[in-house]
Design a protein around this ligand. Structure first.
Ligand code: VG1
Ligand code: CO
Length: 590
């Protein structure tokens, strides 16, 4: 157990982004790279009052991508050297992001409760020897480390001169469940390493939230069928447990349910471009249009997909795509069909990231709930969700969501792909209780929602792999011309009411996050937003978000690209995107 102090030097570029540190695998494999970052995390924890030597547990697991096994051994040896006494490692290293959050919050008696977790994932980024690896740290509430903590981690990476590791600590066999106690040579110190079932807590928790019987009744209807695509990420075993073992579905309902360390060469991102297997089965093309079924082929009534670390979700009906922003609004509008919310007296608060459409705002307003608009990234939701526990305002129970296929609630402190799918199945079960009536479809639920609230047409353009300095120059161009464009009337009569950069003041602790995206708010309520992604492993990804609200009930049936066509031109003009990036077309449209 004796720690060795290894001399090292700061490595540039180790700043955690929207969700942890993500880089190419080869970078993580280079000498000291992972070690430096892990030591910086331990150093930062000391500053924020977490004493890891007190006996609490450290959770370690990941999405199963390439380099996960090596990273688990390194982190274990470093945790031992930094004084951690209990280490909980998920079996085979497989632990989804929402399950990690559940494990931190739920596992074990108080005296050995977890103080945090290392989650080894680059989420939806491709995996494999030449692709991305990632690491993020979640704190004791189960959520991502807040910005002040990730800033401290980064600051340590810039000054670090050494790290601690226990090189003689035996490698952990993660394939076998159970605890091993390793005692120091003089018998004065012991460390317990437990390999645990990464599925257990999360599935147990989900069963307390949803009415599994009602969902099972829906799934047994002869006119209902579904398919779930785990995209070769970590969700496969969870999907098997929930849908096959708990709900009695056939294994043929599961696509790509075997975790692979390169996600089968795919891009484990559940959207219309990358979830090609699923959209094909569901009769939807990459623009979200319906594709006619081949003769004799039955298209399932419901389809969903997860990303690499299983915190994202995409929801599809038969030949129908549900935008994540609409999905959030519809789940919120139906929260009472979910026992978790109903039993707590109903949902009281909702939050969305700034670029997410305002569809949920309309629901919150009508249902008289508090609404919060936060910067992109799940770490900003944690404080809001915890505020009741902190004795503050009555914000919980709570649902939050992002336009990037992320939805979840305060049952954990991460977005939760399985939760979103079970929420939708609960809504469908609610509308389809009468076996004699024809099936109420996903599409009809969404259209009814639009008829009630109006429709927030929404689309996001991603320009991936852009030269970083050019992307930054584009942002600079926009921020320096805010005053000049304000009040200007552009194509289609769009007039800029406000042009600014989004800044967030956390209502719970008052911390300020600036430069969270360039916003153009138009006089008719439409919005254009630009952000540079904080999850790109290399280069820059420009995200352009467009939203236009339509209240006219006769105009609810257009394709978003049609409804937003002119606004796209306005956005390209305001940003001069083509000139700065050299790109004529986006890489992905969602
Ligand atoms: C993206 C999404 C953001 C999400 C983040 C992490 O961040 O836009 O909404 O929270 O990924 O999701 P960015 O900075 O690239 O826009 V995940 O599933 O990759 O952990
Ligand atoms: Co993810």
């Amino acid at each position: 157990l004796r720690p060795t102090i290894v001399a090292t030097a700061p490595i540039p570029g180790q700043k955690p982004g929207t969700s942890g540190l993500r880089k190419k695998v080869v970078e993580f494999q280079s000498p000291h790279y992972l070690n430096n970052f892990v030591q910086a995390v331990f150093n930062a924890l000391v500053d924020f009052g977490t004493d890891v030597t007190l006996g609490g547990s450290l959770v370690v697991g990941g999405d199963g991508r390439y380099f996960n096994p090596e990273a688990i051994q390194i982190i274990t040896k470093m945790a031992v050297a930094n004084g951690v006494k209990r280490i909980l490692i998920a079996k085979d290293g497989l632990l989804s992001t929402p399950a990690a959050s559940a494990v931190i919050r739920e596992r074990g008696p108080a005296w050995q409760k977890a103080f945090g977790a290392f989650i080894l994932s680059a989420s939806h980024n491709p995996g494999g020897p030449s692709e991305d690896f990632g690491i993020k740290y979640n704190i004791e509430n189960g959520g991502p480390a807040p910005e002040k903590v990730t800033n401290a981690m980064y600051s340590y990476t810039t000054t670090l001169t050494s790290y601690k590791i226990a090189p003689d600590f035996p490698d952990v066999d993660t394939s076998k469940l159970g605890s091993t106690r390793v005692v120091s040579a003089d018998g004065s110190r012991g460390v317990v390493v437990t390999v645990f079932d990464g599925l257990e807590e999360h599935v147990k928790l989900l069963k307390t939230i949803f009415d599994f019987e009602a969902i099972q009744t829906l799934m047994q209807r002869p006119d209902f069928s579904f398919v779930y695509d785990s995209m070769s990420g970590v969700q496969g075993p969870y999907a098997h447990k929930v849908f096959v073992e708990e709900l009695g579905a056939a294994t043929t309902c599961l696509l790509n349910a075997e975790p692979k360390d390169d996600f089968g060469g795919g891009h484990a991102d559940p959207n219309l471009t990358y979830a090609h297997d699923l959209i094909h089965v569901m009769g939807v093309d990459s623009k979200g249009n319906a594709v006619a079924a081949k003769e004799g082929v039955l298209i399932p009534s419901f389809g969903a997909a997860a990303d690499g670390d299983a915190d994202r979700n995409m929801i599809l009906g038969r030949q129908f795509f549900v935008t994540p922003s609409d999905s959030l609004a519809i789940i919120v509008a139906h929260a009472d069909v979910i026992p978790f919310f109903r039993d707590q007296g109903g949902l009281r608060g909702v939050a969305r990231s700034m670029p997410t459409s305002g569809a949920v705002d309309l629901v919150a307003k009508r249902m008289n709930m508090s609404l919060f608009e936060t910067p992109t990234g799940w770490k900003f939701f944690g404080n809001l969700m915890d505020s009741r526990e902190m004795g503050g305002a009555n914000y919980t129970p709570f649902i939050c969501g992002e336009e990037s296929f992320g939805t979840g609630s305060d049952h954990v402190r991460e977005k939760d792909g399985m939760w979103a799918v079970l929420a939708w199945l609960s809504i469908l079960a609610h509308y389809n209780q009468d076996p004699k009536k024809a099936l109420v479809s996903v599409e009809s639920i969404v259209r009814e929602h639009w008829r009630t609230y109006g429709r927030n047409y929404y689309v996001r353009y991603d320009y991936e792999g852009v030269d970083k300095s050019r992307a930054e120059a584009m942002v600079g161009h926009m921020t320096s011309s805010f005053a000049a464009v304000t009040g200007q009337c552009l194509a289609g009569g769009y007039t800029v009411a406000v042009a600014d950069e989004f800044q967030y003041v956390d209502p719970v602790d008052g911390s300020v996050s600036s430069h969270q995206g360039v916003r153009y708010l138009f006089t008719d309520g439409s919005r254009v937003i630009f952000r540079l992604s904080g999850t790109a492993g290399s280069g820059a990804t420009v995200r352009m978000y467009l939203e236009k609200y339509e209240a006219d009930r006769s105009k609810l049936g257009s394709h978003p690209l049609e409804a937003l066509g002119v606004l796209v031109q306005v956005a390209l003009e305001l940003s001069d995107l083509e000139k700065f990036t050299g790109r004529k077309e986006p890489t992905v449209i969602t």
